[in-house]
Design a protein around this ligand. Structure first.
Ligand code: CUA
Length: 321
């Protein structure tokens, strides 16, 4: 008993917190959770019945007169009832799958799985609003996710809010998420996709609809960059704009995460580190120590005032007026 407790406590602790699909914060997660409990309890009941029957059969004297009943038991218990149950579960599962992969939502969010981060694009009123590694959603509205991948297969999953879905290069899959609790719910890549798979995470921030609209408007605005910003001069000299875009400037690189409002994000490195000056400086100079296999090359020669100016500049790219 004690061994069992030692085994289950860490397992249950792993379920706690913002990745917990059993304390669901979304309509789709509720559906999946319902299916899970029926499967679990149903399996426990059937398992108990089968073991009970086996124990009963072992203790009973063999009675040749019962052969007809035994055949009846095998046909119903071994074929008819399992077939009916499995078909019913299949139909139920297909109905859930149909409902969580609709064609339309209250808003559309495109997410591309990159190595190893998330490119996030909202359909804003004036066109695409591109950001990265942080998804914000309005409470009680159905967000339709259109998912694809750049080069390898990933799997998009926000456990607390809904089901998971593969992201496949050259194909688009869809998934609906209807969050019903505000908060910051963790998201992650649920399929092994290469070196930094375990470090491919994101924040899913569920907000009141008014706050979400204000956030999207701020996110859609171009960055405000002073022409003589010393940090932007470093950004240019080092060629950062070849990979990264800062809308409102001539930095238009399509490869890495959009940095237009990077200072407004809570985390860096695809949801793995707090967005602090120290972490950002280390990310720029020693990228692969923080995230092995990240595609971004480190800039170990940046230091002192130039590094500080670059970090200050990047953190200034927030939503502040
Ligand atoms: Cu992306 Cu695992």
């Amino acid at each position: 008993m004690r061994n069992l407790t030692l085994l289950t406590v860490p397992l249950l602790a792993g379920c706690a917190g913002r990745h917990n699909w059993l304390s669901s914060a979304g309509a789709e997660a509720d559906r999946v959770e319902g299916l899970f409990w029926v499967l679990l309890i149903g399996a426990a009941v059937i398992w108990s019945a089968v073991i009970g029957a086996a124990v009963y059969a072992q203790r009973r004297q063999v009675d040749p007169g019962l052969e007809h009943q035994a055949r009846w038991f095998i046909v119903w218990g071994g074929a008819v009832i399992p077939t009916v149950l499995v078909c019913a579960l299949l139909i139920w599962g297909l109905v859930i799958l149909r409902d969580i992969t609709p064609d339309k939502g209250d808003l559309t969010v495109r997410v591309d799985g990159e190595r190893w981060w998330w490119r996030v694009t909202y359909d804003g009123p004036d066109g695409d609003v591109v950001t990265a590694n942080e998804i914000r959603l309005p409470l009680d509205q159905t967000a339709l996710f259109r998912l694809t991948a750049d080069d390898v297969i990933h799997s998009f999953w926000v456990p607390a809010i809904g089901g998971k879905m593969d992201m496949i290069p050259g194909r688009e899959t869809t998934l609906a998420l209807t969050p019903n609790k505000t908060g910051n719910w963790g998201g992650l890549c649920a399929e092994y996709c290469g070196g930094a798979h375990a470090l491919m995470r994101f924040d899913t921030v569920v907000m009141e609809p008014d706050a979400f609209d204000a956030w999207l408007a701020a996110e859609a605005a171009p960055a405000r960059v002073a022409p003589d910003d010393p940090g932007f001069a470093v950004f240019r000299d080092e060629g950062c704009g070849a990979c990264h875009t800062i809308r409102g400037t001539d930095a238009r690189g399509p490869v890495g995460p959009d940095l237009t409002h990077v200072g407004a994000r809570a985390r860096l490195g695809a949801g793995i580190y707090a967005m602090t000056p120290d972490n950002l400086a280390r990310w720029i100079t020693d990228t692969h120590a923080m995230k092995p296999d990240a595609d971004m090359p480190p800039y170990p020669d940046l230091s002192g005032a130039r590094l500080e100016a670059l970090v200050t500049f990047l953190l200034s790219l927030d939503h502040a007026e």
